[in-house]
Ligand binder design. Structure first.
Ligand SMILES: NC(=O)c1ccc[n+]([C@@H]2O[C@H](COP(=O)([O-])OP(=O)(O)OC[C@H]3O[C@@H](n4cnc5c(N)ncnc54)[C@H](O)[C@@H]3O)[C@@H](O)[C@H]2O)c1
Length: 258
């Protein structure tokens, strides 16, 4: 159980999932987003409305916080550099820096499989595979991972960088039969990263226990993550992926044409 966790981007899809799921483990939350947070579970928590590019907002938000789950950002592979700059680049720096100044011990950072999207798919790609971004979005997530590594090495912060696959209530397409992470497993993964005693810096796949998984679960298991869901139960809904299709060939799937 971790008291006083700051969740940035709490109004978003993953934020809403964690807002309802993390308290079941006894964690207490403070929620931050630039848009109003009005999902039904948010009323149980302290809420701050503000932008992560504003140091004054973050200074206030970090008071008394022991861990940060940093989700706020633009989550699109088709976003331009200009669209990503405020939240994913400047904002992520400001979150790590404000956390350091406030003496926060641990940050769980929402990275993405797109930080390594141009990695050939292969058999069970390890979670610490070197960055190979497939978009400006992927580059922005690689930057966030580098910040996490720096704050861990330089300041002793404990940082998990979640290379999240496809978060949804159910797999939305054939690729997601390999890359899906369910809401329940997302909560289990973040809980594990918030409580793993030996965490220093670790990239971790954000993925369920999918039968067709492309990504090695060892790093998550080492942190105590035990996923329970498997996209295979939805497999009959989708055609088999063509192995020549970029959706299948690369970790990040098909690159969006800009
Ligand atoms: N959903 C996925 O499948 C997936 C996959 C890989 C990575 N991720 C990452 O996980 C995180 C959460 O994803 P999501 O699907 O919940 O996205 P989302 O768009 O639903 O939520 C993101 C939230 O961040 C907030 N935000 C954006 N810029 C902000 C700023 N400058 N200041 C304060 N708040 C700001 C938005 O208002 C929004 O509520 C993102 O960083 C995303 O890149 C998501």
């Amino acid at each position: 159980m971790v008291k006083n966790i700051l969740v940035t981007g709490a109004a978003g899809r993953i934020g809403a999932c964690l807002t309802s799921g993390l308290p079941e483990y006894g964690h207490t939350l403070r929620l931050l987003d630039r848009t109003p947070i009005n999902n039904t579970d948010s009323s149980h928590h302290e809420v701050i409305c503000g932008d992560i590019s504003d140091p004054a907002v973050l200074e206030q938000a970090m008071k008394g916080i022991t861990a940060v789950v940093h989700l706020a950002g633009i989550p699109s592979t088709s976003a331009t550099f200009e669209e990503l700059l405020t939240a994913n680049i400047e904002g992520t720096y400001r979150v790590f820096e404000a956390a350091r100044r406030a003496g926060v011990e641990r940050v769980v950072y929402a990275s993405s499989n797109h930080s390594v999207g141009f990695t050939p798919r292969g058999e069970l790609v390890p979670a610490d595979t070197p960055v190979a971004p497939d978009s400006h979005y992927g580059v922005s997530k690689a930057y966030g991972e580098a910040l996490g590594r720096y704050y861990s090495d330089r300041y002793g912060m404990r940082v998990a960088a979640l290379r999240i696959g496809t978060f949804d209530r159910r797999p939305p397409n054939a690729r997601a039969l390999a890359t899906w992470i369910s809401p329940g497993d997302m909560v289990r993964l973040v809980h594990a990263c918030l409580t793993a005693p030996d965490l220093t810096y670790a990239p971790v796949w954000g993925v369920s226990a999918n039968t067709r998984a492309w990504w090695d679960p060892a790093q998550g298991a080492a942190l105590g993550y035990e996923p329970r869901d498997d996209a295979e139960v939805y497999a009959a809904e989708f055609p088999e992926l063509d192995h020549a299709d970029p959706e299948y060939a690369w970790v990040g799937g098909r690159v969006i044409e800009e």
